[in-house]
Design a protein around this ligand. Structure first.
Ligand code: SOE
Length: 380
């Protein structure tokens, strides 16, 4: 008999959908001790919450997230709100003794993130930050290959996250969907939204980042605010590029923008080691490119590994070899790992503490861009 885990999910946006879908599917594909139950969806807008509950089969709705915390029938609080609400909600949820899954980035800044880490560690509640790309099988395979030492010493790390959806100058800032353009709700622009993904993967694959130097740009300086109705200055970074040095001595270059016409969600990384290189591209997410210098000379070259075999991470849980899975499955894997962590007592990563490292790199990047300096990342 599986143990039921009642989910109270806050936020009916894009991420609310990805998480709901994951809770729905996970028990069909993974044999785990725990089974999530879509207990309550919470949104300030009652109509939206009702519609969402209907569509995703939540048992009930709330319009005030604090009520969720008072309820004995909620085990996990899943925070899928804009970034400015993460800290307040997560700290209150920890104090109420609830387990927490929080969307990325952990917080608006490192100071907030530290308070969140303190809260979950003081109350000892299970916690996870949703950096889903770690759990794309090809990315997890890259991690396994690196951990097996197959690349040898790593020299270079290169990552991009390119989009083009904010080029229109008449796009407003704030409110549903567009809160990512409003610094009051998002904290930062591409640094916290997109580079945070690249940084999380990079730290996971290649260890801590020691120092950074960055530049940012805001191409559209004013946009109408959905909340005030007035034209207001844009305070987020539309684009950011930074150089970094890892603690293992390797060098990195990261770039992100929402102004790369033609690119919708082009997250790519390439890692060059002494023996081998790997490369991955979100637009072709079930493939991992691999070059091994130790291969026999005549046939040596880049291989494209179709990461769909039963031997590949997570793939034995899905279809038969050769049949690909996609973006949404990374969230299913995330929930599966979280539930597995509860059963085994080894928490799934990234915990709030792990994600604080990414937050510290984001803060260093933003302050380097502002001060035009090299910044040492302050992890403590
Ligand atoms: C922004 O467009 C966004 O939705 C991010 O918020 C997500 O984290 C990223 O995975 C895709 O792009």
């Amino acid at each position: 008999m599986k143990k039921k885990l009642n989910i109270g999910l806050i936020g009916c946006g894009f991420m609310g959908r990805t998480h709901s879908n994951a809770y729905r599917k996970v028990s069909n594909f993974f044999d785990l001790d725990y089974k999530p139950v879509l207990k309550t969806i919470c949104d300030r807008n009652e109509e939206k919450a009702k519609k969402f509950a209907d569509q995703w089969d939540f048992e009930s709705i709330e319009t005030d997230w604090r009520k969720l915390l008072e309820r004995d029938d909620i085990d996990v609080i899943d925070i899928c709100t804009p970034n400015n609400l993460h800290a307040e909600m997560a700290i209150a949820a920890a104090e109420a003794g609830k387990m927490i899954i929080c969307e990325k980035p952990l917080a608006m800044n490192t100071a907030e993130g530290k308070a969140m880490v303190d809260a979950v560690e003081k109350t000892n509640v299970a916690n996870l930050v949703s950096y889903n790309y770690r759990r794309i099988p090809a990315v997890t395979l890259a991690k396994n290959l690196i951990d097996q030492g197959k690349l040898g010493k790593i020299y270079h790390y290169r990552a991009n996250f390119l989009q083009d959806w904010t080029i229109a100058t008449d796009l407003p800032q704030g409110g549903d969907g567009l809160w990512r353009l409003d610094a009051k709700e998002a904290g930062s622009g591409v640094t916290g939204d997109l580079l945070a993904h690249c940084i999380d993967t990079a730290i996971w694959l290649n260890g801590p980042i020691k120092e950074v130097t960055a530049m940012t740009e805001t191409f559209v300086k004013e946009r109408q605010s959905v909340t005030s109705g007035k034209v207001e200055p844009v305070k987020i970074d539309d684009a950011c590029a930074f150089l970094a040095r890892f603690e293992n001595g390797s060098l990195a270059i990261f770039e992100s923008t929402r102004y790369a016409r033609g690119h919708k969600a082009l997250y790519t990384f390439e890692i060059n080691g002494q023996n081998a290189s790997i490369a991955w591209d979100l637009h072709d997410l079930h493939r991992l490119s691999w070059f091994d210098h130790r291969d026999e000379g005549q046939t040596r070259g880049w291989r494209s590994i179709h990461v769909t075999d039963g031997e590949h991470p997570y793939m034995d849980k899905w279809w038969v070899p050769g049949l690909a899975i996609g973006y949404e499955h990374s969230f299913v894997h995330q929930v599966a790992d979280f539930l597995e962590g509860l059963a085994t007592g080894t928490p799934a990563a990234p915990t709030f503490r792990d994600a604080l490292m990414t937050q510290a790199v984001c803060d260093a990047v933003l302050s380097s861009a502002k001060n035009k300096t090299w910044e040492t990342v302050q992890y403590e």
